[in-house]
Design a protein. Structure first.
Length: 271
């Protein structure tokens, strides 16, 4: 089966399943998420948000696997190309597990899929057990986008809760700088879609009123790499570890994929 992957999450899952050989096309973001793809002669296509029929037609994949986020135009383009499509739209960790199970079954790797799901479940459960007895449960504002301000997705709320925190706001909902000021979170985690680890933390701290936030005063304003929180794939477990390191620096060692605000580098974890 020749597969076109329109999101990094799909390519990551295929990589963990040992099925990269079935890919004939992927996005440029997939190359960053799965460096092993850079050595393969794959067609590079746009993602689920902006794919075009014209780029899929010459490839003629047996299956296009797409995932959130979508636009109506992109879904129409896939259908116009006449390609069978598997369209994923996870909201929770349980949804992500089911998507892994579905992709695994599609590529005849059901056993490997169950192993991946079990490992993710075990990691989340172990984190919940460890953090259950910690004395503090910090209030955490997680930002997926900065203009407008958008809260991170529901699976990020699950990760924050597993890491011993309290998620501020409604997952995926729009908020305002003033609402964040009113809530005065203990920790701020910024993971902007498509920004990698390049969220400008100093600019966030300079938003009106934010200089007085507890999180900013205490140097607990972090960037977590986009792919660790916004990609619905097994890499979320690395995001869970990064969240735990931010929420409980005395209980957890530093983690890859997390960066603290520069002006507080001398007093806060920075990796």
């Amino acid at each position: 089966m020749k597969i076109a992957s329109l999101q990094p999450s799909v390519s990551i899952i295929l990589d963990r399943l040992g099925r990269l050989d079935q890919l004939v096309a992927c996005t440029r973001y997939c190359l960053d998420a799965v460096p092993a793809l850079r050595t393969r002669q794959l067609a590079i296509v746009h993602d689920s948000w902006s794919t075009k029929a014209e780029e899929l037609l010459p490839i003629r994949p047996d299956l296009v696997i797409a995932s959130v986020p979508y636009r109506n135009e992109s879904l129409a383009a896939i259908l116009k190309a006449g390609c069978p499509v598997l369209a994923l739209a996870p909201h929770s960790l349980a949804d992500i597990a089911q998507d892994i199970r579905l992709i695994a079954a599609t590529v005849n790797a059901a056993a490997q899929g169950e192993q991946i799901i079990a490992a993710m479940d075990d990691a989340v459960s172990a984190m919940r057990r460890y953090t259950a007895d910690l004395p503090q449960k910090p209030l955490v504002y997680c930002e997926e986008w900065g203009k407008p301000l958008i809260h991170s997705q529901a699976w990020v709320r699950e990760l924050v809760e597993a890491a011993g925190g309290v998620f501020l706001g409604s997952p995926g909902g729009v908020t305002t700088p003033e609402a964040v000021v009113a809530a005065d979170p203990d920790v701020i985690l910024a993971a902007w879609c498509g920004a990698g680890d390049r969220v400008p933390l100093e600019k966030l701290a300079a938003r009106p009123g934010w200089e007085n936030l507890r999180a900013v005063r205490e140097g607990r304003l972090y960037c977590i790499a986009d792919e660790l929180l916004n990609t619905p794939a097994p890499t979320l477990i690395d995001g869970l570890r990064a969240i735990a390191a931010a929420l409980h620096p005395d209980a957890f060692s530093t983690s890859e994929g997390i960066r603290v605000i520069e002006s507080h580098r001398s007093t806060s974890t920075c990796v």
